[in-house]
Design a protein around this ligand. Structure first.
Ligand SMILES: Cc1cc2nc3c(=O)[nH]c(=O)nc-3n(C[C@H](O)[C@H](O)[C@H](O)COP(=O)(O)OP(=O)(O)OC[C@H]3O[C@@H](n4cnc5c(N)ncnc54)[C@H](O)[C@@H]3O)c2cc1C
Length: 319
């Protein structure tokens, strides 16, 4: 194959095919912008890692995450959204049109407006048993899955504000919440610590890490194997669910020094909009949201990004 690069120009390119990217695609396509979606290494985004989604409006009986994302994609395709597989590896945003390079570097894309919907990834412990039991008792989102653990004992792994928030939220449903933390004190703010310590449903297991997630023949979580880092002693904790709250990482490395990011790497957007620090680049979904991180909020900001991009392009064309 020729080494010569081919260039492909589009009015709007959308990076990411999760709820934010695909909603942006539906709106941009219906505004006749003929968007191109670059799907990334995880087509459909984070919801393809889960089973039941019970809190997205319009599905009164709930829906499987992967099926929901297929429906989002089908809706975007209905209005002639173009899709490209693969991951964008580098971008040039210093002048317009913007330039993007896909993995292989053999194909260069360019666009007048760019919508970044590259999402975020929950941090996991990295255990095989944890991966195998995701959606069967292992979760990284209490808001999403807490409801399934009514009157059951659950564990939260982590010691920061997010872990305390998850634990407190889970006390609405669970009979008991065990917070497992690798140190002997929390990293969480004093306010969150006081709330957690004051809740009688929450207990703490200090200086401990999860060695294995236990299950009955891989079916559903039945407990955790714990190891005390000070004494080395191993023990088992019987729980029906475990929530990993050891952080999220926005998928924004690509934009370091190209867009303004906050201390944690989330893309900064102008309040009430999806405008980033570079004119013509818009950001939506979890990549720009360290707070809500829900499918419906990602879809909502995806819609905003497409409307912002369309208005911005129209204004420029009218000048
Ligand atoms: C296990 C689990 C269960 C969840 N359950 C629920 C739930 O029940 N309800 C709920 O509302 N929310 C739930 N969430 C949260 C929800 O999935 C996210 O809030 C939502 O998916 C965020 O959407 P997004 O489009 O911003 O990003 P994502 O869904 O993270 O999608 C990001 C997309 O960007 C692509 N991408 C990344 N980097 C690049 C690149 N360099 N080039 C091109 N593409 C790229 C990825 O491949 C992916 O397609 C859950 C999350 C997890 C992890």
């Amino acid at each position: 194959m020729s080494e010569k690069r081919q260039q492909d120009h589009h009015r709007v390119i959308i990076l990411g095919s999760g709820p934010a990217g695909l909603t942006a695609a539906i709106y941009a396509a219906r505004a006749d912008l003929h968007p191109l979606v670059v799907s990334g290494n995880e087509p459909g985004g984070q919801l393809t890692l889960t089973t039941e989604v019970d809190n997205y409006p319009g599905y009164p009986e709930g829906i499987q995450g992967p099926e929901m994302m297929e429906q989002f994609r089908a809706q975007a395709e209905r209005f002639n959204t173009e899709f490209r597989t693969g991951q964008v590896e580098s971008v040039e945003l210093s002048g317009r049109p913007f330039h993007l390079w896909l993995e292989s570097q053999s194909r260069e894309l360019s666009c007048d407006a760019l919508i970044v919907a590259t999402g975020a990834s929950a941090r996991w412990l990295g255990l095989e048993s944890e991966t195998a039991l995701r959606g069967r008792g292992v979760s990284a989102c209490a808001t999403c899955d807490g409801f399934f653990f009514r009157e059951r004992e659950v564990a939260v792994v982590g010691g920061g504000d997010t872990a305390m928030e998850e634990a407190l939220f889970l006390t609405k449903f669970a009979s008991k919440v065990h917070v497992i933390h690798r140190r002997d004190e929390l990293r969480a703010s004093q306010f969150m610590q006081q709330r957690a310590f004051g809740n009688e449903k929450i207990s703490f297991i200090w200086d401990s890490v999860v060695g294995e997630v236990l299950s009955a023949e891989g079916d559903a979580v039945t407990g955790l194997q714990l190891r005390n880092l000070k004494s080395g002693a191993c023990s088992e904790l019987s729980v029906g669910g475990v929530f990993m709250a050891i952080g999220h990482k926005p998928n924004t490395d690509l934009f370091r020094e190209k867009l303004e990011l906050d201390d944690m790497g989330y893309i900064e957007v102008r309040a009430g909009s999806t405008y980033t620090s570079v004119e013509g680049v818009f950001a939506c979904g979890d990549a720009a949201d360290n707070n809500y991180r829900q499918a419906v909020t990602a879809a909502g900001t995806g819609c905003m990004a497409a409307i912002d991009a369309e208005r911005w392009l129209t204004e420029r064309e009218d000048e």
